[in-house]
Design a protein around this ligand. Sequence first.
Ligand code: DC
Length: 221
Amino acid sequence: MSFLVAIDGPAGSGKGTIAQIIADKLNFIKIDTGAMYRCVALYLLENNIEINNIQKIISKLDEINIKIDESKELVYLNNENVTDKIRQPNVSKIVSQVSSIKEVRLKLIDLQRKIASDKKVVMEGRDITTVVFPNANVKIYLDAKLEIRAERRYLEVLEKNKDIKYEDVLNNIIIRDKNDKEKEFGALKVADDAIVIDTTYLNIEEVADKIINIIKMKMKG
Ligand code: DC
């Protein structure tokens, strides 16, 4: 039986952590679609391809092979494990711009739909409830106050990169929020039928349990 839980929201809204808790508790597969856009951004950086050279980027898309090992939460770019590399600040800096390119989106949307077919999946991103799976069984939009989101991201990155500064993370999120909400294709927005949850003052486990109850009710029919 296939069952699709789609979660969208801005950076630091808690969607990655919450999607993982849901997947673990319900034995669903969790797909982080942001990681896929990050792989494309990393490929451009490693191959010295200018972010403004759209034609070159499009011509290279067939050379970008992304694989997600959901069970081990590992991300592979052309067979290299890039799970940590894609979280580095240089990738975060350009990823939103990369995700504005229509051809990049079409390639990744296709991959996302293929991975999810016939499975029980929690997929999180920016356009999952609106574009990738507008008919998902459960649609959630998570949000939180800017400063709280920046603090969550900062603490997450700090575990791996001690040199990171809170102000840099905050500024990156401000720029990405703007890009993500204003882009022509796949902009971050609330789907008409999505359930909106503000996680600013909520405990992440509580939010996950709330969504799990919604899923269980839907599954019962
Ligand atoms: O979730 P994240 O911060 O790792 O996402 C990285 C970027 O990828 C984010 O700035 C927006 C983009 N993205 C997107 O455009 N569509 C998605 N479904 C997921 C992410």
